[in-house]
Design a protein around this ligand. Sequence first.
Ligand code: SF4
Ligand code: SF4
Length: 380
Amino acid sequence: MQYTEYGKTGKQVSAVGFGGMRFDMDKSYEENADLLHYARSLGVNYFDTAPGYFNGKSEEIFGVAIKEMTGDYYIATKGSPMVFDTAQKALDGIRISLDRLGMDKIDFYHIWCLRKLEHYEIAMRPGGLYEGVLKAKEEGLVEHIVCSTHMPGHEVRTILSKDEFEGVLLGMNIINFPYRWDGVLAAREKGCGVVAMNPLAGGAIPKYADKLGFLSAEGETPVEAALRFNICCPQINVSLVGFTNKEEIEMACRIAEDAKPMSEEELQGLRAHLSKNMDEICTACGYCLDSCPEGIPIPSLMMVYNHKALFKKNMEEIYDRLRHEYSWGVLVGRDGMAEKCIQCGKCEEACTQHLPIIERLQEMARWEAELKAMAEANKK
Ligand code: SF4
Ligand code: SF4
């Protein structure tokens, strides 16, 4: 395992970090905690959770694991400015997290999920989340204040410019890195730690692996290439992977041991392949899930739209895909959902990829109408 110093904190953190957002909740706490122990045994020392992962259960699983954890390791958790909208709520939330984790102090506390500058401003206003976390730091409950963001690189640069954070966690991977890269550079310039999450683009890379061969070097799968991109990137201290089994942990740790960073030539080749649209795919992160007052299954629809945005399928192929999804796939029983959109914009506010969801749904509603017309014509 490779270790580097997280920003200027003096803490040596492992190249692979354990993201606690993909536990198998059909399994017991102990079985899930065993995964954390396994990662620790392979040298992982950075563990990331959040109160919002499985409604606090992720932090509780960490708490079970921490009882038996040995050596130097670091725990990161988070608080959202939208949930902790006062300093007191932030302090209360931190105490709840500490209680679940069974710890006296959180090593890295994230101002969580800054998807746009307005969220940052809400977090920083007097009497708000940041003030509460500062107070927690004074009380010895938090060691380092950092932030997590899904904003584009230049906006990450803006929020890091005021020296309020010791590090940043951002969603970055082999297919969206041009979109966030300036944020990574800004963090390095400021001496902040850099943690990257979502290395497999929310499952999009394994799902479309057969179309993403251009990502890989010889003898490498697109999944391995994506993990290598994040884990071996010299500008990234920790690459979080949401592990669900030991094989995934072994693969990531093997890459951290053996693999080489992408060469300048490989990076140039990637940039050449990554058209503008590659930054515009739905990564199925799920952040828009609860936003829609009409109950529209936005990630499912946007994942179907990926076939157009990512692979430039023609309309015939798109219609085939839609028929398949309505009959057997993610849209079974959900006919006509795209046209239910009332254009309130809540999903676009929530979207971590800043996708033009309303426009896409309008287009998909036209596809649905066309499909219906074709089916009617076939009946006659
Ligand atoms: S804009 Fe449309 S899809 Fe988005 S939240 Fe509003 S109704 Fe739902
Ligand atoms: S539409 Fe945006 S927020 Fe929703 S799942 Fe896709 S990328 Fe995530």
